[in-house]
Design a protein around this ligand. Structure first.
Ligand code: PLP
Length: 376
């Protein structure tokens, strides 16, 4: 039996999502742009899917575009917004704890002559709205930040940030990377003064390779991918109907169960916290996780890579940080100012609704074995 506790990296596909994908691959496999009956059927599924996903993102179907995932959605928003508004200014505000999809898009824009301010987090992984506001200037054309941090689970004050931006600079665009927030918190882009919002399917029980972008009605960006004019000309490419149908099925299931899921995951986090505090009095908690599905802790003296191997030998799967950083030192923990020993022993545990107390017990057993071995 496996104990998979790395759901912020990716998660298991829900049965309903897998069935929806297989159905679209095997039965309703037409191209939504085809004019015959098979195409019309696929187009109907696409329309239904867009309506369902739009409701989840807090927008209308016309404001909802399917992409190949979180990264494409974020790149589309950031490059599109920067290039569209370059005549108005060259300054962008983001944070030092963003996902690589945002940080590397910003770095590329710097090489194209844009100036980027990276707002630093507090020692507990929070981004203060006032620091974001102080970074905004007259020539700021874009603010991009995440809703929930993928390594420490902090929630960013997006409503305050959006309000401050529109007060200071109404024509600047506000993009929110909500990849780790989907089905952990309600998404309300209109309340947040948010123009663009990105989500990804594989964090919520859909397959990899599908995501979406909310783009507010009056915002128009140049398309990032051009071709056959699908997605109202904004994102060309034959629509990946199996992924779209699977994402929609996952959204429907997760939306219907969101409150129970959040309560269940919160129970698991409380149990883990209580047990870890009781067993390892030297534990250091990294960041004040505001959402329960991401927990980050350090057991100084127990190197993450070695601990991961000990846990893996017991079929327990967690990570040392973001999957994209692949063993490199976490830029998020470094930005929080944590010392090297603490960063080197950091573990990220991330829950999905399918996890159980038995998974936590298996993790605790693995950690005890690791600590006995590594802290002799
Ligand atoms: N943003 C955050 C906060 C993430 O955790 C991830 C996932 O790794 C992404 C963006 C990228 O999403 P995707 O893997 O769908 O490209």
């Amino acid at each position: 039996m496996i104990h998979y506790l790395d759901n912020a990296a990716t998660s298991r596909v829900l049965p309903a999502a897998a069935e929806a994908a297989v159905h679209m691959m095997r039965e309703e496999f037409g191209n939504p742009s085809s004019l015959h009956k098979m195409g019309i059927e696929a187009a109907r599924v696409l329309k239904d899917s867009r309506e369902a996903v739009a409701a989840v993102l807090g927008g209308t179907p016309a404001e909802t575009y399917f992409t190949s995932g979180g990264t494409e959605s974020i790149n589309t928003a950031i490059f599109g917004a920067a290039r569209k508004n370059r005549h108005a200014g060259r300054h962008i505000v983001t944070t030092a704890i963003e996902h690589a999809a945002t940080l590397n898009a910003c770095r590329r824009l710097e090489s194209e002559g844009f100036e980027v301010t990276y707002v630093q987090p507090t020692a507990d992984g929070h981004i203060l709205a006032e620091n974001m506001e102080n970074a905004m200037r007259e020539d700021t054309i874009l603010v991009s930040c995440m809703l929930v941090n993928n390594e420490v689970g902090t929630v960013l004050p997006v409503a305050e940030i959006g309000r401050a931006l529109k007060r200071k600079n109404p024509s600047a665009l506000f993009h929110v990377d909500a990849v780790q927030g989907l089905f952990r918190l309600p998404l309300t882009p209109k309340k947040w003064n948010c123009d663009l919002l990105s989500v990804s399917g594989h964090k919520i029980g859909a397959p990899k390779g599908i995501g979406a972008l909310y783009m507010k009605r009056d915002v128009r960006l140049a398309p990032y991918i051009v071709g056959g004019g699908q997605e109202s000309g904004f994102r060309s490419g034959t629509e990946p109907m199996p992924q779209i149908a699977a994402f929609t099925a996952a959204c429907r299931e997760r939306a219907a169960q969101m409150d129970e899921d959040v309560a269940h995951v919160a129970m698991l986090k409380d149990y883990l916290t209580e047990q870890v505090n009781a067993k390892f009095d030297f534990v250091q908690w990294n960041g004040q996780g505001d959402v329960p599905h991401v927990v980050n802790l350090s057991l100084p003296g127990c190197k993450s890579e070695v601990m991961l191997r000990v846990l893996e030998s017991k079929n327990v799967f967690v990570s040392a940080g973001s999957a994209c950083s692949k063993g490199k030192e976490s830029p998020v923990l470094r930005a929080m100012g944590l010392d090297k020993k603490r960063i080197d022993s950091a573990l990220r545990i991330s829950f999905a609704p399918f996890n159980t107390k038995e998974d936590v017990d298996a993790l605790l057993e693995g950690l005890e074995a690791g600590v006995r071995m590594l802290r002799r």
